[in-house]
Structure formats: structure tokens, C-alpha cells
Design a protein around this ligand. Structure first.
Ligand code: ADP
Ligand code: MG
Length: 811
């Protein structure tokens, strides 16, 4: 761990006018810490009523005067930080100072000369040079570039930036994990394998920042930019990875509201223009005060992001940029004061090492193999992961004879193989647990324990049993669901036949009235995996919520819905899907039954095998012979049957799963189609309601020949008619004297409706002749939904119009 206070440096920007030079002096004589003296000109000093001092002295690690070259700055300030980053420590360099004092020049560099390159390009160059030199480690470098403006984070390297402006991209946000580590959401990390790639990223970010800048939003002076180099390193073959981050920060201009000597105010009272700098100062004050337990990092995004750099796990350096001209004296003093406080902050940098679990596994696997090889050399036999069947049998024989042997000196010799030792214990424990060991019949205990002959098989058996149980439950749920659906369909049938004969068709509808969700072929709890069920539940509730459908529909509406549905272009697709769904569901049901059969067959076979085993052992005991060493052919046969059955079961189960996925998908499609249909119906119904109010039902119905959402043919027919019409008025063929006077209404209506329909009087066909608009009832007094009396009126209207349409050959 490296304990260090934040290092502070000062850099004085070259002044334009030489005469300004008397304002400050740098005292390098003090060997350890040089100091900068700022001399307040007399006329200015008078302004500071409460502060009669005429000069101020500030200590810095080093002070770079106007003639300091970028190279010198890099060598003295950035290089040591870069070195510690290469060693695995976090580092931060931030420039602080008023606008125009040279922060960007110092951090990024000047745009004119190559020699004006700032800290970022020089550090990148240095880091990549070092990485190339050091072949003892494997390094990876990533770059991120964050801008914080008005407490919002922007990813300057977001690849989507080309398509949309920075403001429209998802904002970068700060997330804190339970260990109080900060994570930045939506900030992209870009791998850079060469210096060139890294520089390209810097330029890309700077360009994006420039593009986002407008005169109104002077991002460059008001925003903070954090260019971060993420470096990870590991030695070849090692599982330990080191991560280090280097933040290179160009802060917003530190200028404050109060300018030189305004009304004798104290400098410290002046407020930052930039709010996050205000919070940065608060954090710095809190950190520099002893015994402060709470540090308000969370107050701003910038302090959250730089949390580790300020009083945390980081080696931090501050560069105070100063523009020491007469008019900037107060800002320069503020900057120096800020730096003095920053210098008190202690950081504790630690190596950020972590073990990569992937690499660890590989290493351990290698070690295991080496040990196995070694063991094989010592024992002279190759060891497998598990004991073989023959070894199990051999061991159990040994245990049996050991137990039967009354010689107190007898030993159970299994060698130094831990697998065998463990198996012996396991086997004996089983015997004890079964209490058979105390019984008189050794035979029965042996029989009982035949199952544990192969402990792994038993485990497998248990697992299978659990799975079977689970599947059983699922199938039960499926069957119940099916029964419910059937009942629902029957109820609907019963209901409709009682009510109206015309409604009979609704029973075959994929979406029975009153159940806007349509039939759920699979119950929410039926799917084999819980997450699936929640998805489907979520999906259906979402769909339901989105459409705002009513649970109950009046009979009139139900019937109208049926008519609407029948003529809807989508009805074919819905019907097709419904058929497929039905087919799949019956397939699933049949498969479920076969699975059940296979399961019970597996159970039976197992039973038979056990019985056979018991018989064999009993036979062996009665004839006083050991368990026969040759395998019993019948048992073998049963076992192979069992295997076959298990395979079949598995195959069927996989198929059932695939079917389930397909069913879910089909349901989703139907849900969607249903929502669309329902929405269109609602709109159409509402419009029909309006039409009913503005027309006398029979005669004028043709004026409002609002067709259902068009099937392609009907639409074609109508558009032909439309194009044939020569004037605004249009005669219905073979319909005697009726003259449709509002063809534009017709034209408007066959176009897709432009959005949710409003049912205001103004909206009801502005081009409708006045006489047609006399409503039977005021529109506003008619509820358009849910009122069954009104609904039946609308239905009657629709039907009347339909019959006219049919007669006129439009349907
Ligand atoms: P800031 O980022 O603090 O607002 P800039 O870095 O943009 O300030 O500097 C303002 C102007 O001063 C720029 O034109 C820059 O090139 C110039 N400048 C700043 N520092 C120096 C320096 N040390 N040497 C030469 N020019 C500098
Ligand atoms: Mg700048």
C-alpha cells in the first residue's frame, strides 16, 4: 500500500503582456517545497476590506513558470503517475483553474504544434512504449471518455454518436454496488492495442465534444472531461490479474461569481459558477478536516466518479493552472487556496489484484492432471474419475466377507485408494442406517443394499424420480387447464345458444367474448420452467393493460365484434394460427400421455430388476454360494429395456419442450393479432356510434359506409369506385334515388384512421350536410361503450348498413 497526500503542482500560463510580470514571484530556494508568492497590486488590495494583506504565499510540490515546456510537464508530473499505473496502482491527474488558464492545453495539448501535445497523448505514448518493452506480462488497454455537463454524464465515445447527437444518447449514470464501488452505466470501454488506436479514440471524443458544443452550451468551459486509461496485466500462466485506472481530468473553469474586489467581499465568499465544482470543494474541505466521518461524495456525479481519486485508492496529482494577470488575481488566489486544501488529502493506493476464476480453473485442472499422472506412476495403474462397476462389485464382496468373518483379526484391505475407502464407509453407513446389520438375516441386509451397490446409480435414480414427479405435476396442470378451457368453451356455447342464435359462431372464435386474452393453451403455471411462465403472465398482462380492454362486452358489441372479426383481413392469419396452435396442443397432450406411459414403464422395469435381484441373492444364500459372478441374463435384458425406455422418455421430453416453445410463440403472435384486432374494433365501434348519432339509421346509412378494416378485395373495389367517380357527388348503382352527397367523407373514411378517434361534435364529419347532422340524441349524452342498449342500437345500424352493402355488391 502506498500512502500519499495528493501532489499539487502549479503551472503559470505565459502572459501576453510582459509588464504583468511583477504580480508574482517563484521562490525555488526553499529546497523541499518551492513557493509561489502572489503580490496584490495596491489598487486591488484596497478592495479587500477584510483582508489587508498585500501578498500571498502558497507552497507547491513544484511550480512551472511560463516558459515550461509540455515535455517538462509530462516528465515531472505525468510520467511518475504513469509509472505507478503500470505497476498496478490507480492514478489521477486533474487540472484545476479558471477558464483560459491552460487546463486543456496542459491535459490534452495545443492544436497547433506537435510539441504542444499535452499529458494525454504523451502518457499514451509512454504507456504503449513501456508495454511493448515489457514482455514479462500480458497487458490489455481500454479507453473511456466521459464528459459531465450539468450533472449529466455523456459518453464521448458512444459508437451511436454518429447517428444521433450526444444529448439524445443514453446518459451515463453512476451505480454503486454494496461494497460502495462505483460503476458507470452506459459508458463504453474501447480496447486499444496500439498508441494509434488510443489516440484515435481521444480525437474521436474531442470531436464529439466539439460537435455537441454550441454558443449557448459552452461545454468546454462548463463541463468536466475524464479520459480514462484502463490497464490490466497478468503474468503468463498466472491467475492473478492487476487492474489499474488512470484518470486524466480536465475540469470546468473554476471561476466564481464575485469578481475582483466587488464591494469588499471576501474571496472565500465568492461562489462557483459550476455547481459540481462547488461539491468538489465540499468534498475536499471534508477530507482535509480531521475526524470528518461523512464525505459528501454522492452530492455530484463528478465527485462520485472521482471518489477513489479523492481520499481513496489512488495516487492523485493536481495541476493548478494560473493565468497570473492583474485582472485574474482573485481567481488565481482562489485556485492556489484550493490547491493548499487538496494537498492535505491523504490517499491510500493499493494494488488492485484479483484472481480470474477462469484462469484459476485452468490452473487447478492442470495441477490435478499432474497429480494424477504422478499417482499413476507410483501405483502403476491409471486412475479414472470414478470406480468401475467391477471395482464396486469387488469391494462389496470384500465388505460382505469381512462382515461375515468372525475372526476378530480379520481386516478389510482396500489399499490406499481414497475412492475405495470412501465407498466402504458409505456402504457400511447405509447398512447401519437400514438397521439390517443388527438383523438375523444377512441375506435380507444384502438384498436391501443391492441398491447401494452402485451409489451413483441410486443418486441418478433419485434424480429421475424427482424429475418424474415434477413432470407429473406439470402434466396435471396441463390437463386441468385443458379441462378448464373446455368448460369455458362449453359455457360460452351454452350462454350464446340461450341468448341469441346468431352468436353461436362466437364459440368457435379464437377469442371467446368476455375473454379478450383469447384461449390460453398453456396455463401460466404449466411451462416446465418458472421464468417462462412469468414471462407469459407478464406478456399477457402487458397486452391486456395496453389495450385497456374491458372484461365484459355487451351482447351487441360481442356480435358486432364477431362481424368485424369475420371481415377483418387478419382473420385468416388468426384462424390459421389457431389451427396450428390446436394441433400443437393436441400433440403436446398426446406426448404428455406417452411420457406418462414411459414413466410408469420405467417404474415397472425398476421394480422387476429389484425383484430379480432379491431372488438371485436369496437363491445364493439358500444354496450357500456367493452372489454369482456371471451377470444374470434376465437382469441384463431388463436393464437394457430400462435404458431404452429412459432414452425414449428423454427424447419425448425434449420434444415436448420444443413444442412448448412453439406454442408460446404462437400465443404471442395471436396475442398481438388480438390486440390489433381489438383496438381496430374499438375505433371502428366508436366511429359507428358517432355515425349512428349523426344519421337517421336506415336511409343515410350509406353516407357513412365506413367499411370494416378492409380485406384487400373490398379495398380494391372501393378505391376503383373512388377513382371512377368524376364529381363530388356519386350515385350508388341500382339504388334508385339515393344520392351520396359526401363522397369526401367516404374518401376520408377508407383511409387508415389517423389515430385515436375523438368523439366530439366538431369531429363528426365537417363536410356532412347540415340536414344529415341532426342527431337523435345529443352525441355527448351517449356513452359509446358498455351501454348495452346503445350497443344494440349500433349493432342494428351496422346490420342494416351491411345488408344494404350486400345488396349493392360492396360486400
Ligand atoms: P482552459 O482549458 O483552462 O480554459 P486553455 O487550455 O484552452 O484553457 O488555454 C487557453 C489558451 O491559452 C489556448 O489558446 C491555449 O493554447 C493557450 N495556452 C494555455 N496554456 C499555454 C501554455 N502553457 N503555453 C502556450 N499557450 C498556452
Ligand atoms: Mg478547457
Amino acid at each position: 500500500m502506498v500512502k500519499q497526500t495528493i501532489q499539487i503542482f502549479a503551472r503559470v500560463k505565459p502572459t501576453v503582456r510582459k509588464q504583468q510580470q511583477g504580480i508574482y514571484s517563484i521562490d525555488e530556494d526553499e529546497k523541499l517545497t518551492p513557493s509561489l508568492e502572489i503580490i496584490l497590486p495596491r489598487d486591488l488590495a484596497d478592495g479587500f476590506v477584510n483582508n489587508k494583506r498585500e501578498n500571498y504565499r502558497f507552497k507547491f510540490q513544484r511550480i512551472f513558470d511560463q516558459d515550461a515546456k509540455q515535455e517538462t510537464i509530462f516528465e515531472n508530473i505525468a510520467k511518475p503517475v504513469a509509472e505507478s499505473v503500470l505497476a498496478g496502482y490507480n492514478g489521477t491527474i486533474f487540472a484545476y483553474g479558471q477558464t483560459g488558464s491552460g487546463k486543456t492545453f496542459t491535459i490534452t495539448g495545443g492544436a497547433e504544434r506537435y510539441s504542444d501535445r499535452g499529458i494525454i497523448p504523451r502518457t499514451l505514448s509512454y504507456i504503449f512504449e513501456q508495454l511493448q518493452k515489457d514482455s514479462s506480462k500480458i497487458y490489455t488497454t481500454h479507453i473511456s471518455y466521459l464528459e459531465i455537463y450539468n450533472e449529466c454524464g455523456y459518453d464521448l465515445l458512444d459508437p451511436r454518436h454518429e447517428a444521433s447527437s450526444l444529448e439524445d444518447l443514453p446518459k451515463v449514470t453512476v451505480l454503486e454496488d454494496p461494497d460502495q464501488n462505483i460503476h458507470l452505466k452506459n459508458l463504453s470501454l474501447h480496447q486499444a492495442t496500439t498508441e494509434e488506436e488510443a489516440l484515435n479514440l481521444l480525437f474521436l471524443g474531442d470531436t464529439n465534444r466539439m460537435i455537441a458544443e454550441t454558443p449557448m452550451n459552452q461545454a468546454s468551459t462548463r463541463s468536466h472531461c475524464i479520459f480514462t486509461i484502463h490497464l490490466s496485466s497478468k503474468e503468463p500462466g498466472s491467475a492473478t490479474v492487476r487492474h489499474a485506472k488512470l484518470h486524466l481530468v480536465d475540469l470546468a473553469g473554476s471561476e466564481r461569481v464575485a469578481k475582483t474586489g466587488v464591494g469588499g467581499q471576501l474571496l472565500t465568499e465568492a461562489k462557483y459558477i459550476n455547481l459540481s465544482l462547488h461539491y468538489l470543494e465540499q468534498v475536499i474541505i471534508a477530507l482535509s478536516e480531521k475526524h470528518r466521518s461523512h464525505i459528501p461524495y454522492r452530492n455530484s456525479m463528478m465527485t462520485s466518479v472521482l471518489r477513489d481519486s479523492l481520499g481513496g485508492n489512488c495516487m492523485t496529482t493536481m495541476i493548478a493552472t494560473l493565468s497570473l494577470e492583474k485582472r485574474n488575481i482573485d481567481e488565481s488566489i482562489s485556485t492556489c487556496r484550493f490547491a493548499q486544501r487538496v494537498a492535505l488529502i491523504k490517499n491510500e493506493a493499493v494494488l488492485n489484484e484479483e484472481i480470474d476464476p477462469r484462469l484459476m480453473i485452468i490452473r487447478l485442472q492442470k495441477e490435478i492432471q499432474e497429480l494424477k499422472d504422478e499417482l499413476a506412476i507410483v501405483t502403476g495403474e491409471q486412475r479414472t474419475e470414478e470406480l468401475t462397476e467391477a471395482e464396486f462389485l469387488q469391494l462389496e464382496k470384500q465388505i460382505t466377507s469381512f462382515l461375515e468373518d468372525h475372526d476378530p483379526e480379520s481386516k478389510l484391505e482396500v489399499g490406499a485408494d481414497m475412492r475405495k475407502i470412501h465407498h466402504c464407509f458409505h456402504y457400511l453407513k447405509k447398512l447401519l442406517n437400514d438397521k439390517k446389520i443388527h438383523g438375523t438375516s444377512i441375506a435380507s441386509s444384502e438384498i436391501k443394499d443391492q441398491n447401494s451397490q452402485e451409489p451413483l446409480k441410486e443418486e441418478e435414480y433419485k434424480k429421475l424420480q424427482d424429475i418424474l414427479q415434477q413432470r407429473d405435476n406439470e402434466i396435471n396442470i396441463l390437463v386441468n387447464m385443458l379441462k378448464k378451457e373446455k368448460k369455458k368453451a362449453q359455457d360460452a356455447l351454452h350462454f350464446s345458444s340461450m341468448d341469441r342464435s346468431e352468436l353461436r359462431r362466437s364459440q368457435s372464435s379464437p377469442f371467446p367474448p368476455g375473454n379478450p386474452e383469447g384461449p390460453r393453451m398453456l396455463p401460466p403455471s404449466a411451462p416446465t420452467q418458472a421464468p417462462d411462465s412469468s414471462t407469459s403472465q407478464y406478456r399477457s398482462s402487458l397486452l391486456h393493460g395496453k389495450t385497456g380492454m374491458r372484461e365484459e362486452m355487451s351482447l351487441g358489441r360481442q356480435e358486432a365484434f364477431e362481424i368485424f372479426k369475420r371481415d377483418h383481413a387478419d382473420s385468416v392469419t388468426i384462424e390459421d394460427n389457431k389451427q396450428i396452435l390446436k394441433q400443437r396442443f393436441s400433440e403436446a397432450k398426446a406426448l404428455g400421455e406417452s411420457i406418462n406411459e414411459a414413466r410408469s414403464k420405467i417404474g415397472r422395469l425398476k421394480e422387476e430388476i429389484t425383484q430379480r435381484h432379491v431372488q438371485q441373492v436369496a437363491l445364493g444364500i439358500s444354496e450357500n454360494t456367493a452372489v454369482p459372478s456371471t451377470p444374470d441374463p434376465l437382469e441384463e435384458k431388463l436393464r437394457s429395456q430400462l435404458e431404452e425406455e429412459k432414452r425414449r422418455y428423454k427424447a419425448m421430453f425434449t420434444h415436448l419442450k420444443a413444442l412448448k416453445v412453439e406454442i408460446e410463440h404462437l400465443q404471442l403472435l395471436m396475442d398481438k393479432a388480438k390486440v390489433k384486432l381489438q383496438k381496430e374494433f374499438e375505433a371502428w365501434w366508436a366511429e359507428e356510434g358517432t355515425s349512428l348519432q349523426v344519421n337517421s339509421p336506415a336511409v343515410n346509412s350509406l353516407n357513412h359506409m365506413k367499411p370494416f378494416p378492409q380485406t384487400p378485395e373490398s379495398q380494391h373495389k372501393r378505391s376503383q369506385l373512388l377513382s371512377n367517380k368524376s364529381s363530388g357527388d356519386w350515385k350508388v348503382p341500382d339504388q334508385g334515388p339515393q344520392v351520396v352527397s359526401c363522397s369526401d367523407v367516404y374518401a376520408r373514411k377508407i383511409l387508415p384512421s389517423p389515430g385515436p378517434l375523438l368523439h366530439s361534435q366538431e369531429q363528426s364529419s365537417p363536410s356532412t350536410p347540415l340536414e344529415d347532422r341532426i342527431p337523435e340524441r345529443p352525441v355527448s349524452s351517449v356513452p359509446l361503450t358498455g351501454d348495452s342498449r346503445t350497443d344494440s342500437d349500433i349493432l342494428a345500424f351496422i346490420k342494416a348498413r351491411q345488408s344494404i352493402l350486400q345488396r349493392t355488391g360492396f360486400q
